[in-house]
Design a protein around this ligand. Structure first.
Ligand code: MG
Ligand code: MG
Ligand code: MG
Length: 308
């Protein structure tokens, strides 16, 4: 039997990470490559669960680490500190990603596709079309969901013309009203009630590093910032614990209002003043309201990274 190639997105997996992986597995199988297996590196969120329920798909298997020499394909990330434990010794066959390239190194050549698009699935969609593979309804909805999630229904500043075009074509194949479906899907992801504060700060957290300094930018989507802020005290306790456990200089927790496209941040850590410089706003009660900010990749991360 052929050895399996594991395909997965980043830790704290989001809809792009999970849905792009499953779409690739399905498309590979349909096209005679039986050995790709979609797996995940953490719990799936409620938005992604909504998609899997909608399509009647199983949650991919959780893996904690990979053995030396395991063949892998990385989607939606490249930085080793966002990847599976043991990645340094894995055999990375390919990367398909739409993020900055950092903390990444291989000993052998590989396929590496990185485009500054809004979503990994947009890149995969273009590649599949080029290969002439047929896209079925299930894969279309998986990829459409990833695009809707990453671009907040094409409203995020990360959205490109390529994402718009891909989503339009995928919606046609899927034969669904993309705005209606997309809003339901995004709303499903804002139901945060039964998560503990520890879970909330890890739902969508990116571990980052610069000049030996470790920092985290986490984000949750909501339709009411106020609702999430009711838990500020407990959230801060959880964040402070994380800062201590991981030796972080900064933890930024972004609460993003997906209907009005704004973000309130809670910033803690010895370097919390970095966010004041980054956004030209004074922290009050450890918080700042950032109007028009929704994207970690294009708005939060570059500003913080420049100033840390
Ligand atoms: Mg992602
Ligand atoms: Mg993505
Ligand atoms: Mg995201």
């Amino acid at each position: 039997m052929e050895e399996k190639v594991l395909i997965f997105g980043h830790k704290s997996p989001d809809t792009d990470s999970i849905c792009s992986s499953i779409a690739c597995e399905i498309l590979d199988k349909k096209n005679g490559k039986q050995f790709t297996k979609a797996v995940r590196l953490g719990n799936i969120n409620k938005e992604t669960q909504y998609v899997l329920n909608y399509l009647g798909l199983e949650i991919p298997e959780l893996i904690e680490k990979v053995e030396e020499g395991q063949m892998v394909v990385l989607l939606d990330h490249n930085e080793f500190n966002q990847s599976v434990n043991g990645i340094e010794k894995a055999k990375i066959l390919s990367v398909v990603d739409h993020h900055r390239i950092a903390n990444f190194e291989t000993s052998e050549p590989l396929f590496y596709t990185c485009k500054p698009y809004g979503c990994t699935s947009t890149i995969i969609f273009e590649e599949i079309k080029q290969l002439g593979y047929e896209i079925g309804k299930t894969e279309a909805i998986l990829m459409a969901s990833a695009i809707i999630s990453d671009t907040l229904l094409l409203k995020s500043p990360t959205t490109t013309e390529y994402d718009k075009k891909a989503l339009e074509e995928l919606a046609k194949i899927a034969n669904i009203d993309i705005n209606e479906y997309g809003l339901e899907m995004l709303k499903a992801g804002t139901d945060l009630d039964d998560f503990t504060e520890e879970q909330l700060i890890n739902l969508d957290a990116k571990n980052l590093e610069k000049d030996g300094q470790k920092f985290v930018i986490a984000q949750v989507n909501t339709i009411s910032i106020e609702d999430v802020l009711k838990r500020q005290e407990k959230l801060e306790d959880a964040i402070n614990k994380e800062i201590e456990n991981k030796g972080l200089s900064l933890f930024v927790f972004g609460i993003t209002d997906i209907l009005n496209s704004n973000t309130e941040i809670i910033a803690l850590g010895s370097k919390s003043e970095v966010v004041e410089k980054a956004f030209g706003k004074k922290l009050e009660n450890n918080r700042a309201f950032l109007e028009g900010v929704v994207s970690r990749k294009k708005q939060l991360l570059p500003a913080i990274d420049k100033n840390i």
